[in-house]
Design a protein around this ligand. Structure first.
Ligand SMILES: Nc1ncnc2c1ncn2[C@@H]1O[C@H](COP(=O)(O)OP(=O)(O)OP(=O)(O)O)[C@@H](O)[C@H]1O
Ligand SMILES: [Mg+2]
Length: 413
C-alpha cells in the first residue's frame, strides 16, 4: 500500500469553514440578546473616558449566560475608545478559578503591568502580601490612567480564601496617586455576597447586573450567528439548530453547552462522511458530551464514595429499583470486606448517598414508611451509554474485585 495515512482524512470534504468560531474563547463581533447588559456596563464604564472613576460592579448569572463574553467585549471597546481619544484605560481580567489566592491574583495583576524594559517579575511566592500590593500600586501609578480590574468567577476565590483580596482592591484608590481603578466581580452564585464582610459587600455592590439564562429562541439566534462564520453553507439540516438550542435551554440556558453541541454534532457528521448534520448527529453529540462530563466526576470519587455507588449499581444489577438505604448498606458492607476496608456506619453511608445525589449520579427520595420511620428510595441516574463500572475500575484497580465477587442480597418480603 502506498500513501500516507492522513491522505484520506485530508481529502475528505469538511463541513467547517473555521472551527475556531465555535470555540468558547472566540470573541464574536456582536452578542445577540445581551444589549441591555452591554448598555448597563458601558453606562458605568464610560466614566473612565470622562476622567472619573467608574463604580465597582457585580455581575451575576448562570454558567454560559455570556458574562465573560460581554465583559471582554465591552472592555475591548472601552480600551479602543480610550486610545482614540487619548484617555488611557486598561482592563485586566483574572480568572479566579485558576488563580485562586490573594497573593497570586495580586502578583498576576502586577506582572501584567510590567513595562518591556522591566524584568522584575513579582515571584510566584515568597513576598509578604503588602509588598506585592505595594508593587502593584507602584506599577499602576507608573502607567497612570484608569484600570478596570475584572475578577471572573470570584465566588471560587472568596469561598476558598475569604474576602481580603476584595477588601484590598476595593480600597486601592486610597493608595493610588495618579492612577484610578474600579473592580468588576463576576459570579455564578447569586448568594456569594453572603460570604462578604458588609463593608466589602457595599463597596463591591455599587451596581449589580443580572444575566438571565437564555431561552431556546435566543439560543437559536446565537447559534445561527456563530454557525454562519463557522460552517459551510448547507452544512446543517433544518432542525439541527432548534434541537441544539432546545437541549441547551433545558439544561439551564447555557450558550456554551449549545455551542459544544453544534460543534460536536458537526464533527460526528464529518467522521461518518455525511454531507450534512442531522438530528441523529446531535443525539450522538449529546451522548458524548454527557459522557465527557460524567467521566471526571466518576473517576475522582473518593474510595468510600465509589464503594457506596458500586453497592447501588450491584443492587440494580440484581434487578432492584427504589433501593433502600439498608439494602445499599448490606451490599456495601460485603464489598468493604472484599477490599479489606472497614465499613463506615450506616449513618455516614447515608451522608455519602446524599453526596452522590448532589453530584447527580443517583436520585435519593426520602419516603415515610408510617410507624417504621423514614427511608430513602434510591435509583442510579447515570445515562445508559456510560460505563460507570469501567470508569470506576479504571481509576481504582481494587474496584474490579468489588464488581466481580458474588453478593448475598437482602430478600424483600
Ligand atoms: N449573546 C451571545 N452571543 C454569542 N455568543 C455568546 C453569547 N452569550 C454567550 N456566548 C458564547 O457562549 C459561551 C459562554 O459564554 P461566557 O463564557 O460568556 O459565559 P459565562 O456567563 O461567563 O459562563 P461561566 O459562568 O461558566 O463563566 C462563549 O463561547 C460565548 O462566546
Ligand atoms: Mg465566565
Amino acid at each position: 500500500m502506498s500513501g500516507n495515512i492522513f491522505d484520506d482524512f485530508l481529502s475528505r470534504k469538511t463541513l467547517f469553514v473555521d472551527k475556531e468560531v465555535l470555540r468558547h474563547d472566540f470573541r464574536p463581533k456582536n452578542l445577540p440578546h445581551r444589549q441591555n447588559e452591554i448598555e448597563k456596563l458601558s453606562f458605568n464604564l464610560v466614566e473612565a473616558l470622562n476622567g472619573h472613576i467608574p463604580s465597582n460592579m457585580t455581575l451575576y448569572g448562570v454558567t454560559g449566560a455570556g458574562k465573560t463574553a460581554v465583559t471582554s467585549y465591552v472592555c475591548d471597546e472601552l480600551e479602543a475608545k480610550g486610545r482614540e481619544i487619548n484617555r488611557p484605560v486598561q482592563s485586566i481580567m483574572v480568572n479566579c478559578r485558576q488563580i485562586d489566592t490573594q497573593y497570586r491574583v495580586l502578583s498576576h495583576l502586577g506582572n501584567s503591568l510590567l513595562e518591556s524594559h522591566e524584568i522584575d517579575e513579582i515571584p510566584f511566592t515568597g513576598w509578604p502580601t503588602d509588598r506585592v500590593f505595594g508593587e502593584l500600586v507602584r506599577r499602576m501609578d507608573n502607567r497612570g490612567g484608569v484600570f478596570v480590574i475584572i475578577l471572573d468567577e470570584i465566588d471560587h476565590l472568596v469561598r476558598k480564601a475569604g474576602d481580603d483580596l476584595l477588601y484590598n482592591l476595593t480600597s486601592i484608590n486610597a493608595s493610588l496617586k495618579s492612577a484610578r481603578a474600579c473592580v468588576i466581580g463576576i459570579s455564578n452564585d447569586l448568594k456569594f455576597t453572603d460570604f462578604l464582610d458588609p463593608r466589602v459587600r457595599s463597596r463591591l455592590g455599587q451596581s449589580d447586573v443580572v444575566f438571565n439564562p437564555y431561552d431556546a429562541m435566543q439560543l437559536q439566534n446565537i447559534l445561527r450567528q456563530r454557525a454562519q462564520g463557522a460552517l459551510i453553507e448547507g452544512a446543517l439540516d433544518d432542525s439541527v439548530i432548534a434541537l441544539c438550542a432546545a437541549i441547551a435551554a433545558q439544561e439551564h440556558g447555557d450558550a456554551r453547552c449549545a455551542l459544544d453541541l453544534l460543534r460536536v454534532s458537526t464533527e460526528k457528521a464529518e467522521q461518518s462522511g455525511d454531507e450534512c448534520v442531522t438530528q441523529a448527529h446531535v443525539r450522538m453529540a449529546q451522548h458524548q458530551l454527557e459522557a465527557d462530563q460524567m467521566h471526571p466526576v466518576l473517576s475522582s470519587l473518593p474510595s468510600q464514595q465509589k464503594l457506596v455507588l458500586a453497592s447501588i449499581l450491584l443492587n440494580e444489577r440484581n434487578g432492584l429499583r427504589n433501593i433502600q438505604t439498608g439494602e445499599v448498606y448490606d451490599v456495601y458492607a460485603q464489598a468493604c470486606r472484599y477490599v479489606r476496608q472497614n465499613p463506615l456506619t450506616q449513618r455516614r453511608v447515608s451522608g455519602l448517598i446524599s453526596n452522590l445525589d448532589m453530584l447527580g449520579l443517583i436520585t435519593a427520595r426520602t419516603v415515610s414508611r408510617g410507624r417504621y420511620g423514614r427511608t430513602k428510595e434510591i435509583n442510579s441516574c447515570i445515562p445508559q451509554n456510560i460505563d460507570a463500572e469501567g470508569i470506576m475500575v479504571e481509576s481504582e484497580a481494587q474496584m474490579k474485585e468489588v464488581f466481580e465477587r458474588p453478593y448475598r442480597h437482602q430478600s424483600r418480603l
